[in-house]
Ligand binder design. Structure first.
Ligand code: ADP
Ligand code: MG
Length: 276
């Protein structure tokens, strides 16, 4: 099979975990860049008021910029806010501005408050292979909008103490949204992040996650890497900041695994960063 086969239909993946600092944003932007660098058309939807994904992609998101807030609250078209990412052909971003912090409350009184993002995505006419939605570290209406809009949930798990704590709540929310609003929603992908193969703790957590989730866990894990954490301050993903680094290679490999799984090809890559 080709390196990264393109999906037949747009795959909408929700990157969620209500814990902060587990690698949601890092995973969103680096997977998106990896997929785009291999010929996919990819849109990153920044759904976190912090706007870290927008920053990491070098996208202007100061207060006046048309943003995902306008899409959710004022029903602006997605095409009016999407910006191309410099340096990576085929990669686009719907940025978040600080306004989005208020959206969680403002949405409460609006009609179809849970499905505004879904509607906007369905009305978006540009062809896309992937839409990756970077969620805030909470399970409020912004994350619910993502879960209604997506089919797949991608959960990054940091290989640390209490890695699985709080996941039950996320999984219950996924079940609730699946039952009431979006029957196609499922957890398709678990990615182990900030993996440090030298520590016993990391391998214990990895084993625990694998025995808990099984097939959903990608064989590729993401190592802890200084290059990964440096890249956002240059408005870049690690894929352009340091393409040969272990961090870049591991995100490329994770993207390949996701792409292959999507077309039903069993992934049997053998790389040093794999766990187990
Ligand atoms: P979240 O979006 O879940 O809050 P982030 O993606 O922002 O998490 O990551 C939290 C912090 O950890 C950031 O400072 C980021 O640069 C850093 N980080 C994420 N993944 C890695 C990694 N593999 N190696 C080193 N640092 C990382
Ligand atoms: Mg984040």
């Amino acid at each position: 099979p080709p390196q990264m086969p393109r999906p037949e239909q747009t795959r909408v993946m929700v990157v969620a975990n209500q814990k902060g600092g587990v690698g949601k944003t890092t995973t969103t932007v680096n997977l998106a860049a990896s997929l785009a660098l291999h010929g996919n058309r990819v849109l990153v939807v920044d759904l976190d008021p912090q706007g870290n994904a927008s920053t990491a992609l070098g996208i202007d998101h100061h207060a006046e910029v048309p943003s995902i807030y306008d899409v959710l609250v004022d029903q602006k078209q997605l095409s009016e806010v999407v910006q191309p990412v410099r340096d990576v052909e085929g990669l686009f971003c719907a940025p978040a501005t600080i306004d989005l912090a208020g959206a969680e409350i403002e949405l409460v009184s609006l009609v179809a408050r849970e499905s505004r993002l879904d509607r906007a995505i369905k009305a978006y006419e540009q062809p896309l292979d992937y839409i990756l939605i970077d969620c805030p570290p909470s399970l409020g209406l912004l994350t619910v909008n993502a879960l209604v809009a997506g089919a797949e949930v991608l959960i990054p798990i940091q290989c640390e103490y209490y890695a699985l704590e709080g996941l039950g709540q996320l999984l219950r929310n996924v079940e609730l949204v699946r039952g009431h609003l979006n029957p196609k929603l499922h957890v398709s992908t678990i990615l182990l992040t900030m993996y440090d193969g030298r520590t016993r703790l990391a391998s214990q957590v990895a084993d625990e996650v694998r025995s808990h989730f099984g097939q959903e866990v990608l064989r590729t894990s993401i190592p802890r890497s200084v290059r990964i954490s440096e890249a956002p301050s240059y408005g870049q993903t690690v894929l352009t900041y340091d393409p040969g680094s272990s961090g870049a290679l591991s995100y490329l490999e994770a993207a390949r695994e996701i792409a292959l799984r999507g077309v039903g090809v069993r992934y049997d890559g053998e790389r040093a960063h794999m766990v187990g």
